[in-house]
Design a protein around this ligand. Structure first.
Ligand SMILES: [Fe+2]
Ligand SMILES: [Fe+2]
Length: 286
């Protein structure tokens, strides 16, 4: 199958997850600079399940506010429009893919654990390096590998071939799919997120997270995702060796040098935060 046929097939899948209506609407409304807190709250309140999840999230240890947030408008006032949008998108994406059959060897819980780990690490890196907005880095992390889910759920046979070649030839997931698929999971994920009409900066951060592109709309967000993925996949807390830098885009390594060097100091606390976030997004939220 060539790339074009593959993408055509992808676009025609009738039950490909859509972003739940409320997330889609909120995203649209936020493209209007004049949107009011009241209007946005009303839109969110149409989905009561979403309301309770958002309130649970913003009141969780993960956000760490001391006073209780009881309403959506209060949440927006305290957290801001974009943070609430990113929280909704993160919750919605985990929901959109749950309860579907995937290629049997694919462990969906492990998949989300990885995504949440990259999200939390990205948020921390964004804060420390000031390269991006922390919650934008978070949502990009949650979404970065979503193409793998699409492949595992909708292209089971192709995914199976990738799986076999990982086992038999000892290839990495990315190497195997490069070899066997018309498009890799990063491109597939980017395509989906574009269809959902999420911002171009997010679409590109997903599409290029393995093949960093200097000319991306928001290069900093892209390298935050790329580097966080690399850290989560390669850094072992407590090991005497530092982070393996091969495979990391050289410019990312350069602009984040200080934080990468200081990993042993900050990563253990981030690991605790990852556990908290997993509890929310996977065991409970998903
Ligand atoms: Fe990936
Ligand atoms: Fe990843």
């Amino acid at each position: 199958m060539d790339k074009e046929t593959f993408f055509k097939k992808l676009d025609r899948i009738p039950d490909l997850p859509t972003l739940p209506v409320v997330a889609f609407k909120v995203n649209k409304m936020l493209q209007d600079v004049d949107v009011s807190i009241r209007k946005l709250s009303e839109a969110i309140e149409k989905d009561q399940a979403m309301v309770s999840k958002i309130l649970k999230l913003v009141n969780s240890a993960f956000y760490g506010f001391r006073s209780k947030i009881n309403t959506i408008s209060h949440a927006i006032t305290i957290l801001g429009f974009n943070t609430v949008r990113n929280a909704i998108v993160s919750i919605a994406v985990v929901d959109a893919f749950s309860g579907k059959d995937a290629f049997e060897a694919f462990d969906i819980t492990e998949f989300w654990k990885h995504s949440v780990a990259v999200a939390v690490t990205g948020r921390h890196m964004a804060e420390k390096t000031r390269l991006g907005t922390p919650d934008e880095a978070f949502v990009a992390g949650i979404l970065h590998d979503v193409g793998k889910l699409v492949l595992a759920q909708y292209f089971k046979e192709l995914f199976g071939q990738v799986w076999t070649s990982i086992q038999d030839e000892g290839l990495s997931f990315y190497e195997a799919e490069k070899k066997l698929l018309p498009a890799d999971h990063a491109q597939v994920g980017g395509r989906l997120v574009k269809k959902w009409q999420l911002p171009a900066s997010l679409v590109e951060a997903i599409t290029y997270h393995h093949a960093v592109k200097k000319s991306a709309t928001n290069f900093n967000l892209l390298v935050l995702v790329h580097a966080s993925d690399h850290i989560v996949n390669n850094y072992k807390t407590g090991s005497s060796e530092g982070l393996e830098l091969s495979g990391l885009f050289p410019e990312a390594a350069r602009i984040m040098a200080a934080e990468l060097k200081a990993l042993p100091e900050w990563f253990p606390a981030v690991e605790t935060e990852i556990e908290n976030a997993c509890e929310f997004f996977i065991e409970d939220g998903g």
